[in-house]
Design a protein around this ligand. Structure first.
Ligand SMILES: O=C1O[C@H](COP(=O)(O)O)[C@@H](O)[C@H](O)[C@H]1O
Length: 260
């Protein structure tokens, strides 16, 4: 388990812009080192703000978008063009504006897709897509993602792993169907903690006062069943990207200096 590193920004917008700049650099470095890169997107307010900041960043043209694989950490199991789908929101914020290779855009299935309303079958299909993309150098049935981003919910959920639900206890499957999520919609598809931990870098995003207690709970040592974000860490790095409001309830010894 890599220990969490904290970066605290002055506000939500600065955080989104700084995270977007960090993502550009990380993708460019991965493409220089390996010829391609892979990212796992998150839904939610902070994830979408990051994508919008990336879309507005002049340096976005440094990325070779055609050599980027895009995956999702979770999806709201809704019809294809539903505005609440994480995929729809990511398209609007960034994806439609850059020259991605459609074969490398790995959206999670929609509820009117080939698996119909069977979310467990949809989850199994996404797990198979991940397994097909994994190579001999990957440790297990998922690719070694370069960066996996997670928005942290006010209840400490990440992806669609909610406190105490069975999905956060999953130790074998890489992707699960989620039933009865406390945040709408109740049916979702989610990577599990073992899949999340396959990433080189895991970035946890939290901005705003409504995230402050969740951030303090997780970073003060809560367990992952009660606080799923506590179980999200990367192989090489676990980075918490916060704004001052989200960091405001951290114990003093955990706080880092605020960047601009
Ligand atoms: O529903 C979801 O919520 C979380 C957190 O969203 P936020 O708006 O509170 O930042 C997000 O990480 C997840 O991908 C999404 O499906």
């Amino acid at each position: 388990m890599t220990p969490p590193q904290l970066v605290v920004h002055s506000d939500k917008q600065v955080m989104a812009e700084a995270a977007a700049a960090r993502l550009i650099t990380t993708i460019v470095d991965a493409q220089a080192a390996r010829g391609h890169a892979s990212v796992v997107l998150t839904g939610g307010r902070n994830g979408n703000a990051l994508l919008a900041a990336l879309a507005a960043a002049p340096a976005r043209d440094a990325v070779d978008w055609a050599r980027l694989d895009v995956w999702w950490g979770d999806e709201r199991f809704l019809p294809e063009d539903d505005p609440e789908r994480n995929f729809t929101q990511a398209r609007e914020a960034l994806l439609d504006a850059v020259a991605l290779n459609p074969a490398r855009v790995h959206a999670m299935p929609a509820s009117d897709g080939p698996h119909g309303s069977d979310v467990d079958e949809a989850a199994a299909a996404y797990a198979a897509e991940l397994a097909a993309a994994a190579g001999p150098k990957d440790q297990g049935p998922v690719p070694t993602f370069d960066v996996l981003m997670l928005g942290v919910g006010p209840d400490t959920h990440v992806a669609s792993l909610f406190p105490e639900l069975s999905a956060v206890r999953e130790s074998e499957r890489m992707v699960v169907g989620v039933h009865g999520a406390p945040k709408p919609p109740p049916v979702r598809v989610s990577l599990t903690l073992p899949a999340i931990r396959a990433a080189r870098e895991v970035w946890l995003l939290a901005a705003g006062e409504d995230k402050a207690q969740a951030v303090a709970t997780v970073l003060s040592g809560a367990g992952e069943i009660q606080a799923p974000a506590a179980g999200a860490y990367g192989r090489d790095r676990t980075l918490w990207l916060l704004d001052t409001a989200a960091a405001s309830r951290l114990p003093q010894e955990l706080r880092s200096p605020v960047s601009a």
